[in-house]
Design a protein around this ligand. Structure first.
Ligand code: FAD
Ligand code: NAI
Length: 467
């Protein structure tokens, strides 16, 4: 009889956990995955990436019809009205299809779904739904949840003070939505409701939006969102939210201190970051401690300090992104199987899926300088890109940052309607150690938005053609 019930037991079926489980099974390991939600796919598929992108798409279509963009191209649609339940219905269909798809993949790959919350009873054992299950290797992939704002109570069902989960399921378009936090969630979901008719105010503690992104991207984002009609209250903190029935009154203060003021809203979205999920895992039983940010630290191979226990995804350090979690899922399974699984954390793209999209990979200009590089920068505006011209979506630019001596590409940042798709090319080039010359001399199809990447690379070394 085998010493353990499973070779691998993964806790959590988000993009990190479900991918780790499938990969482990593909490599011939007997695998189970514990998940406490009713459906697989974690935050990303259930209440994160997928439903938010469905609403971004739906609201974009509505705005195109509503603001005359379609009419400009000769598509007359008459009077445009919003059917919010239908839009929410499409979102739910996408979620159901995708979460069901993971269930199908589990069956196909013979991954056992243990339904329930898992907590450690030893390095090689957990308790799930009253049962003790043992495994030679246990992977913690429990993800993250919303960081609460002290003194502010979230009530997604009431729909007045909500987090992202509440904001993707509002029953009506708020008249005024105040978003606390000018990060990715605030700007994506703030955009959804602004497009659908809400007046949106974003309150951000720092003096700029989108911390962590390149400085020029952050400046451009402020310009773009203001132009689209969002009110940005930068360098401002929320010190209190009082709910009165179907509305709320926020108290704001300058971040540096000063006179308080109040702001009324019928919906408040709290989006000030996410924190790792480790509560209830009983990490103390395996002698594991979390770091100051509540994360589980691992080595390069995703091993924790507890023998036989590994960790990946939002619960470990690094950007809280689905594709980072997925890649770590593949790598950890390959390491468990005795292969060499690696994730290059220096080349993880990040994308804000608004219109235009904001995307980047590698070092920002500030980061490259801080790291001691002498840099050369090439920039190309989308206004000079022929496909952007034909589509009348010329907002944005591409910026390629290269080392001045070696010409190696250190970072690529872009603002464009298709930046989220275009950034993959930059990530691949960087993964292959490309120079800006390599990109400049790669033939790009015409007319495509991607030609702007080639021209920005040409601009690093001299002159692009079209400007
Ligand atoms: P999660 O997806 O959080 O999954 C962890 C799972 O573990 C959960 O299902 C949870 O129920 C389960 N679990 C936790 N504890 C236990 C336990 N003890 N026992 C059993 N099960 C447990 N990222 C992107 O890259 N692109 C995007 O467009 C994007 N959009 C987002 C939009 C929103 C609104 C939000 C909130 C997030 C978004 N993200 C996006 C981030 C992305 O969702 C996360 O980075 C990703 O889901 C992390 O994957 P994970 O597997 O580490 O954890
Ligand atoms: P975030 O970290 O992106 O942004 C939070 C913002 O809130 C920051 O700008 C911060 O300065 C600000 N803030 C913090 N405390 C504040 C306060 N008291 N008052 C006002 N502002 C305050 O976090 P967010 O937007 O909640 O998203 C969480 C994570 O989810 C992201 O870090 C990202 O990893 C992931 N995500 C990714 C998406 C994507 O890839 N497109 C989409 C949505 C989420």
């Amino acid at each position: 009889m085998a010493e353990h019930d499973y070779d691998v037991l993964v806790i959590g079926a988000g993009p990190g956990g479900y991918v780790a489980a499938i990969r482990a099974a593909q490599l011939g390991l007997k695998t189970a995955c514990a998940e406490s939600r009713e459906t697989l796919g974690g935050t990303c598929l259930n209440v994160g990436c997928i439903p938010s992108k469905a609403l971004l798409h739906g609201s974009e279509l509505f705005e195109e019809a509503h603001d005359g963009t379609l009419a400009k191209f000769g598509v007359q649609v008459g009077s445009v009205t919003l059917d919010l339940p239908a839009m929410m219905g499409e979102k739910s269909t996408a979620v159901t299809e995708l979460t069901g798809g993971i269930e199908y993949l589990f069956k196909k790959n013979k991954v056992t779904w243990l339904k329930g919350r898992a907590s450690f009873t030893g390095n090689n054992s957990v308790e799930v739904a009253g049962q003790t299950v043992t495994a030679k290797n246990i992977v913690i992939a429990t993800g993250s949840s919303v960081t609460p704002l002290p003194g502010v109570e979230i009530d997604n069902a009431a729909g007045v003070v909500v987090d992202s989960t509440g904001a993707i399921a509002l029953k009506q378009v708020p008249k005024r939505m105040v978003v606390i936090g000018g990060g990715v969630i605030g700007l994506e979901l703030g955009s959804v409701w602004r497009r659908l008719g809400a007046e949106v105010v974003v309150v951000e503690f720092l003096d700029q939006l989108l911390p962590g992104m390149d400085g020029e991207i952050r400046k451009e984002a402020a310009k773009v969102f203001k132009r689209q009609g969002m009110e940005l209250r930068l360098s401002t903190k929320v010190t209190g939210v009082a709910v009165n029935g179907a509305s709320a009154t926020l108290t704001l203060e300058p971040a540096a201190g000063g006179a308080a003021e109040t702001l009324d809203a019928d919906c408040v979205l709290v989006a000030i970051g996410r924190r790792p999920n480790t509560d209830g895992l009983a990490l103390d039983r395996i002698g594991l401690q979390v770091n100051g940010k509540g994360q589980i630290e691992t080595d390069h191979d995703f091993r924790t300090k507890a023998d036989g226990v590994w960790a990946i995804g939002d619960v470990v350090p690094g950007p809280m992104l689905a594709h980072k979690a997925e890649d770590e899922g593949i790598a950890v399974a390959e390491n468990i199987a005795g292969q060499v699984g690696i994730v290059n954390h220096a080349v993880i793209p990040s994308v804000v899926y608004t219109l235009p999209e904001f995307a980047g990979v590698g070092l920002s200009e500030e980061g490259a300088k801080e790291a001691g590089h002498e840099i050369k920068v090439g920039k190309f505006p989308m206004a000079a890109n022929s496909r952007a011209k034909t589509n009348r979506d010329t907002t944005g630019w591409v910026k390629v940052i290269a080392d001045a001596t070696s010409d190696k590409v250190l970072g690529v940042w872009m603002v464009s309607s298709l930046a989220g798709t275009m950034i993959a090319q930059a990530a691949q080039a960087m993964e292959f150690g490309a120079t800006s010359e390599d990109i400049a001399y790669t033939c790009h199809a015409h007319p495509t938005h991607s030609e702007a990447i080639k021209e920005a690379a040409m601009a690093v070394r001299g002159k692009p053609i079209h400007i």
